[in-house]
Design a binder for this molecule. Sequence first.
Ligand code: ZN
Length: 132
Amino acid sequence: MLWAEVAICSEEIFAEAEELSQQVAKIRQRFVVIDAVPIPVHPMLRAAAASINFLTAAPRGLALDYGIFIRADHWRDRALIAHELVHTAQFQRLGGILPFLQTYIFQCATVGYQNAPLELEAVATAARVCSA
Ligand SMILES: [Zn+2]
C-alpha cells in the first residue's frame, strides 16, 4: 500500500470514527432525566395509558421513538436503560411511533402488560445484556 493510500484510509477511518462519536453524542442527548414520566395529554393516549395502568404504576422510564425518559431516581439503572433501548429498537423495527403504540397497546389490552410480547422481549433482552 502506498503512503497516499494509507493517508486516504486514515482520513476515512477518522471521518467514520468522528461520525460514530457524533451518533453516540446524539443518542446521549436523547435521554431525558425527569422527576416523573409525563402523563399523555391527548385524550386517546391518556385513555390507552390508563387502560394498561400505566398512569398508576409510576413508571420509571418511557421510550418514545428515539427519546427516552428516565426518572431521576433510576438514572443509573442499567437494566432500565437497556429495557428502554429495546423499546427504541422496537419502534424502529415496527416502523415508528404509531405502529409501535398500536401493537403495544393491543398486546397490553389483550394479554396484559406483564405478558405483552414487546414487553417480554424488552425484559428478556435487558436481563441478557446486563448479565453479560
Ligand atoms: Zn417496557
